[in-house]
Design a protein around this ligand. Sequence first.
Ligand code: SAM
Length: 293
Amino acid sequence: MELKKTPPAPPAVLHQGEFWFTELHAPGTGITFRVKQVLYFARTPFQEIALVETSDMGRALFLDGTVQLTERDEFIYHEMMVHVPLCIHPRPRRVLIVGGGDGGCVREALRHPEVEEVTLVEIDGEVVDCCRKHLPLTASRLDDPRVRVLIEDGVKFMKRSRGAFDVIIVDSTDPVGMAGPLTREGFFRAARRALTPQGLYAAQSQGPIFDGKEIGRIARTARKAFRHVSHFLAPAPTYPGGLWSFILAARGARNPAALRPRPLPRGEKTRYYSAGVHRAAFVLPPFVRDFIQ
Ligand code: SAM
């Protein structure tokens, strides 16, 4: 039977006295959370922030109605985003994180004793403030003495940085609006200049189930600035399609996907990342390879 056109599902509904929130991933597909409590809600000059307590996923951060993280699964994304570049850099002393105001990438970067300084450049100070208050699991290390938090547009910051960072990680919202320029050629070129000669660049690059064309566009654009752009994948249970892609690029001529990861520092236990997962993450299924070629 052919389905009749239906109106889009309401993003938030009261059902039998319970509050349910849906993020649509496609016109007729989405993810739904039962919200026990709204802990923080604000409209900033940049976006709408909602931090809620869900019934099954712990606390969750939404920006403009899209899931940024949930306490239950954020370790996968943050461990992969950070340990993949940091475990292959010979000496990652200075790390730049663009976006990432929830502090998850900062937390992971500080697990590497070689890291002397982490600079976090987040455009929206309210994200940092509300995560400090309501998301201690991710934001707890933002006050570490090795961390410098700057409230600024990452695009402007990158333009004036030269040879300053061993690893740059871009943990941004979807590439629209203020995050759009973070996937343009000018930004990739500026990021390359901001790296030290052995520097590495990693960024989230959307999911292949719903946004394959976007992965292809980001790959082609990044290749204009970096000689080698590799891709790796990780599950992202609460992001659209459940599978997420990342790019990894090097300032120099090395192909970063071919580098063997060092073991994690002694005593640092990860829940998702391991040397084996690192290597496997670069094996791309044919449908993903088709998007980026
Ligand atoms: N892991 C998340 C995801 O993929 O959905 C991203 C989490 S993090 C909260 C994203 C952050 O990027 C937001 O707090 C947003 O304010 C920030 N952001 C977006 N555009 C930015 C820009 N141009 N410069 C700096 N930060 C930016």
